[in-house]
Design a protein around this ligand. Structure first.
Ligand code: ADP
Ligand code: G6P
Length: 459
């Protein structure tokens, strides 16, 4: 039986301790017993890049760490990944920062990584590459005559052709996708965009089986909405809540990386409008926003941080009293256990990104609720999660009045309706959890089984 080889920009910690961020969280939950490999970068250790993988054995799988020269990594990660691809894929073409050295660094990292991976492969291994940092990897591996099956999953959204064309050399970027055997997306929206980019951007041909014929080869495509370890997260919430007290006031909660795609200023504007319009709620509700900063040296991220601090200060200045702070704003990462309890004790979960591949926070919020007295999820129509989670209260995150009215509806919602909506959402989550996501992707990638399933969640 072949091994599963996962490749991502961020490797999991070698001692099994927690990392935040959707990709790490999801894959750590998904990759289980059975001797799989997970190869990824160790950017915080940038010391002596060796152009070979350094292996660490965890009890459940082996982690292969790769290190890059700091300057190369900067141009790759902060540059091409997060100043070109991330803004383009999230529809923020105004934030794209094109520098020749960024594209070069992206190509170099992917080429060198492919060489290192190729040296460690066995014939029957299957490779599963993750996310926008590593799109060219299959093309590079195939150039090294690697014949293994290679799948790719895009965790972020894929924009429409028009937006995609804002990426310099976009046809080349689209061709990188076509070198995989299977490419998976979060939603049918993203899948449609890929088909359109292939058909109208590269003259690809849509076959009867749904595959795309392109440059003399065929690539399979599919939508595989990612999920969470529903039971595990619920257990954190139930156990944690047993020893702690609920919040003194009905609480709204937001938990997001401090990213411009998350719609945080718009969310605060909506909350401000709610307090303005419904004075009866002043001193009777609170908003807890947890937003750890990421990608700090990119200007757009510095700007969002300053904007958010300003907005939170304005709301607190305008409505706050000596006894009551309307917005509590935390910049740090919490443990999953802490988050689960906070979610359980929050009457409303605010998940209002302007554009998001899936958004795992939406799923975690639902999983953490008390089924006899559940909170209400307010979900952006532009989060991938909205395709499945239609029983949430769906909002337009650009519209402050819509957010304000929906907060009111959520806070006033009778228990019977809260239970009904939560029950429907929770059932879907249970049916399509992270194990389902992993196995459905791998089943499509190859008919022959690999040795990592079922997953083991207590890592
Ligand atoms: P993204 O992948 O864009 O960051 P997601 O919502 O899909 O967004 O995933 C974010 C993940 O990171 C979730 O599992 C969430 O619980 C976790 N996370 C976000 N903020 C924090 C935080 N402050 N502390 C701990 N975990 C966090
Ligand atoms: C999103 C991306 C992941 C990334 C994570 C954290 O979930 O899809 O690929 O790892 O954000 O971002 P960071 O830049 O800190 O890795």
């Amino acid at each position: 039986m072949g091994r599963l080889v996962i490749v991502s920009n961020r490797a999991p910690s070698i001692d099994g301790s927690t990392d935040s961020g959707g990709l790490v969280v999801a894959l750590k939950d998904a990759l289980g017993k059975g001797g799989g490999l997970w190869i990824g970068g160790a950017p915080e250790q940038q010391e002596a890049p060796s152009d070979s993988i350094v292996w660490h054995d965890r009890r459940d799988f082996s982690v292969g760490l790769v290190e890059w020269e700091p300057e190369l990594y900067r141009d790759f990660y902060l540059g091409y990944c997060n100043s070109v691809l991330w803004p383009a894929f999230h529809g923020r073409v105004d934030l794209i920062d094109v520098q020749g050295r960024y594209a070069e660094a992206y190509a170099t990292v992917n080429k060198r990584l492919a060489r290192m991976i190729a040296q460690n492969l066995r014939e029957d291994d299957q490779i599963w590459v993750h996310d926008y940092q590593l799109i060219p990897l299959a093309q590079e591996l195939k150039a090294l005559r690697v014949r293994n099956r290679i799948g790719f999953f895009l965790h972020v959204p894929l924009p429409d052709l028009h937006t995609f064309m804002a990426i310099p050399d976009w046809q080349n970027v689209a061709r990188w996708f076509s070198a995989y055997d299977l490419v998976g997306f979060q939603t049918s929206r993203d899948l449609r965009h890929m088909i359109n980019i292939f058909q109208h951007g590269l003259r690809g041909e849509l076959r009867a089986n749904g595959n795309i014929g392109i440059d003399g080869r065929e690539v399979a495509l599919g939508a595989f909405p990612i999920s969470i370890d529903v039971e595990g997260f619920r257990e954190f919430a139930v156990k944690g809540a047993a020893g702690t007290a609920p919040a003194p006031l009905p609480r709204l909660i937001g938990v997001d990386r401090l990213d411009y795609s998350k719609g945080l200023p718009q969310r605060l504007a909506g909350y401000g409008e709610f307090l303005e319009k419904y004075p009866g709620y002043r001193s009777n509700v609170s908003l807890l926003q947890i937003a750890p900063p990421t990608r700090n040296s990119v200007n757009a991220y510095k700007a969002i941080r300053a904007e958010l601090e300003h907005l939170a200060g304005r709301i607190n200045g305008r409505f706050g009293t000596v006894e009551w702070t309307p917005v509590q704003y935390l910049h740090r990462a919490l443990t999953r256990e802490e988050l689960a309890v906070l979610f359980r004790y929050s009457r409303v979960g605010l998940v209002t990104p302007l554009f998001d591949g899936m958004n795992l926070v939406a799923k975690e919020y639902v999983a953490a609720q008390d089924e006899d007295d559940p909170g209400v999820l307010i979900l952006s129509q532009f989060a991938g999660a909205a395709e499945e989670m239609s029983e949430a209260l769906i909002v337009n995150p650009h519209d402050a009045s819509d957010i304000a009215e929906t907060i009111k509806t959520a806070l006033d919602m009778p228990l019977s309706e809260r239970i009904e909506r939560h029950d429907a959402l929770y059932r879907k989550l249970k049916k399509h959890d992270v194990t389902y996501w992993t196995s459905s992707f791998l089943k499509r990638l190859s008919p022959s089984p690999v040795s990592v399933l079922p997953y083991h969640r207590a890592i």
